[in-house]
Design a protein around this ligand. Sequence first.
Ligand code: CP
Length: 336
Amino acid sequence: MKHFLNTADYTRAEIAAMLDDARAMRLSPFGEALKGKTVALLFLNNSLRTRTSFDVGVQQLGGHAVVLSPSGGMWPLEFEDGVVMDGEAEEHVKEAAKVLSRYCDVIGVRAFPKFIDWKEDRKDKILSAFARYAEVPVVNMETITHPCQELAHMMAVEDQFAAESRPGTDGKKYVLTWTYHPKPLNTAVANSSLMIAAKFGFDVTLLCPTPDYVLDERYMAQAEKDCRANGRSLTVTHDIEEAYKGADVVYCKSWGALPYFGNWGPEKPIRDAHTHFIVDEKKMALTNDALVSHCLPMRRNVKMTDAVFDSSACIAYEEAENRLHVQKAILKALMK
Ligand code: CP
């Protein structure tokens, strides 16, 4: 049984096939691929896009979605094995996953880190537990990576390059830039951005304020491996001009520096000293007419100026729309 947990588990060709199917469904949205099927969508964190696009997508393919969340009355779950369950949790994930598998044909899981100990959070225990115990395919709806966002992003990038008569991603320059946000955020989308850009043949640059903001070695290594296999490079820089110069894609995201995980106080002055990492017109003028995007939600004029976000270079709305199309393609692929 195949899950959709991480794009590292899929080849570029497999992902490209899903993107082709997503493009076909953009033209012809309705079908019966999920007729009679039920998809459980478990949200342990907030969502606008993921929740809506999965629900609508399942309906468009003739299926039914059940949204579950702790605030919606679900029993609090235990995710550790072998524990004495004398705390808040009323049910172990082992039972929850197996029981949901008796009712549903796919289980989607959103479970962000707890932001206390990265060594623990990087184990992705909740998603892994569902994948281990479920008897149906499990989809990562964002944990410590966000693979659905990766596909939506790459579809938007490829489509816009094609529309501008500069098709293809191989050999183009991709910049993932850290941007300021008042709070330390999840690294999931940043990890995912690096991995999908590397897989799709870009020369990848990670721009961040200091070495502390370099991403987890697991994702750096995966991106490095894919870049090397494609004959490309992965570069880390703290120099804004160097990063933006000649860029074909700028993807912006904020995240917390991993060495300060769970001890965020000392990170705040570093973060506060780098508000100038905002994506603005001056920086974009250094690029090769780069496309720019963000996964959303995004704080305007904190991460990206209105002028850039509302410009024709920005493909964030296309990327958001593509969540609907790519997730339908993922669900179809898992049902095969
Ligand atoms: N990009 C994204 O996953 O959006 P939501 O958090 O609103 O689902």
